[in-house]
Design a protein around this ligand. Structure first.
Ligand SMILES: NC(=O)c1ccc[n+]([C@@H]2O[C@H](COP(=O)([O-])OP(=O)(O)OC[C@H]3O[C@@H](n4cnc5c(N)ncnc54)[C@H](O)[C@@H]3O)[C@@H](O)[C@H]2O)c1
Length: 357
């Protein structure tokens, strides 16, 4: 294809190779280079016979004029500096989650992208999976009615990370999904976080996030590195229907239940009877929507290309990244304050409580 866009990946650790593979196989993209401070890592990703270049200097990479966009897959604390340099060099950018290690830096990155008129996208990978795209569509079409609650569980025997707690490691996934599927995005009225470090590793390994939502709804997120069993389940209850998404059931990841509780105004002759509210149980069908089997990162790099070509914000733009980051920062404040319900605010001057330098 002659109109392919040209990409480079910065960071060839755990996640970068997945990005490189998807840029390589996408019809929209030509992968030009992979850059890592550790040359051997970049070389391993590129392979022996490839024409993709291996680089170790970000400055040299950004000075090239044959690269349209870079993907930043380095640790969170390095995102702000690398993304800023890439935008200043005129590149479009997709950055790994979380967008940055603090809300102030993320807001500067968003402002710079607008100023230099480049796309700044966050890789909220789950938003490009078939279940999440279908759930978003069902909610937007009104199939669930008003959202009453969301219960998200993401637990397994996880890698205890040296620099982030379990909230910053796992909850970005749940929060980015909530931001993507809830009409109006993730704008909780507060955040309460409780966590535990029963092993004494120095940071929370088990975490519970409670997010009151507008109109009396509520979301809850349970993240845990210490569970012997792996659970990836989200329940989204609505006034009309409820969705259960079990990501570990490939045959039927998403089930829509036409079951729930209805409130019906009391019938009867006198005022007291009319005022009484009766609870009625609805026991309707359950069905499973067909979901295409596509790799989420392939859809993600396609969306990046489309956003660049059409000159529009991508679906998971910098603002989505900032909404997720604001909740994470409020969660860290709440955690250090005994789980108190904490308001989201512009946390410009705050040190980052969940990520160690
Ligand atoms: N979207 C997802 O589902 C998902 C999954 C895992 C990780 N991630 C994100 O990906 C990012 C990277 O995580 P990881 O687990 O791959 O980390 P990692 O530590 O395995 O790899 C990071 C790599 O970046 C390189 N690096 C660091 N600073 C650099 C610089 N200035 N220039 C060039 N290379 C540099 C390191 O040498 C290393 O090879 C994080 O933001 C993480 O949150 C996203």
């Amino acid at each position: 294809m002659t109109d392919q866009l040209r990409a480079a990946v910065i960071g060839a650790g755990y996640w970068g190779p997945n990005l490189a593979r998807n840029f390589r196989t996408s019809p929209d993209w030509d992968l030009v280079a992979v850059c890592d401070l550790d040359e051997s890592r970049a070389r391993r990703v590129v392979g022996a016979r490839s024409t993709v270049e291996v680089m170790t200097s970000v400055d040299d990479l950004l000075a090239r004029d044959d690269i349209d966009a870079v993907a930043v897959a380095t640790p969170a604390r390095t995102h702000a500096a690398l993304v800023t340099a890439a935008l200043r060099a005129g590149k479009h950018v997709v950055v790994e989650k979380p967008i940055a290690d603090g809300g102030a830096a993320a807001r500067q990155m968003r402002a710079l992208a607008a100023e230099v008129d480049r796309v700044l996208m966050v890789d909220h990978t789950f938003c490009y999976t078939a279940p999440v795209l279908k759930i978003r569509e069902l909610i937007a079409d009104g199939a669930l009615g008003d959202i009453h609650y969301v219960d998200s569980v993401r637990i397994n025997l996880g890698l205890v990370q040296p620099d982030v707690d379990v909230f910053w490691d796992l909850a970005p996934h749940d929060l980015s999904i909530l931001d993507f599927i809830l009409p109006g995005g993730l704008v909780p009225t507060g955040v309460a976080a409780q966590g535990a470090d029963p092993l004494g590793v120095g940071q929370a390994c088990v975490g519970y996030l409670t997010l009151p939502l507008p109109d009396g709804a509520i979301a809850h997120v349970h993240v845990n590195w210490l569970s012997p069993t792996k659970i990836r389940q989200v329940v989204i209850g609505g006034s009309k229907r409820t969705i259960v998404w079990d990501d570990l059931q490939p045959q039927q990841r998403v089930t829509v239940y036409d079951r729930g509780i209805d409130l019906v105004a009391g019938a009867g002759a006198d005022a007291a009877q009319k005022q009484a509210v009766n609870i009625s149980y609805r026991l309707g069908d359950a069905w499973a929507p067909a979901l295409p089997e596509r790799e989420a990162l392939g859809v993600m790099v396609g969306e990046l290309a489309a956003a660049i070509r059409e000159g529009r914000p991508p679906r998971t733009d910098a603002s989505a990244g900032i909404r997720v980051l604001d909740v994470l920062e409020a969660a860290s404040l709440s955690l250090n304050d005994g789980g108190r319900l904490t308001q989201l605010r512009d946390t410009v001057a705050l040190p980052m409580a969940g990520v160690r330098a």
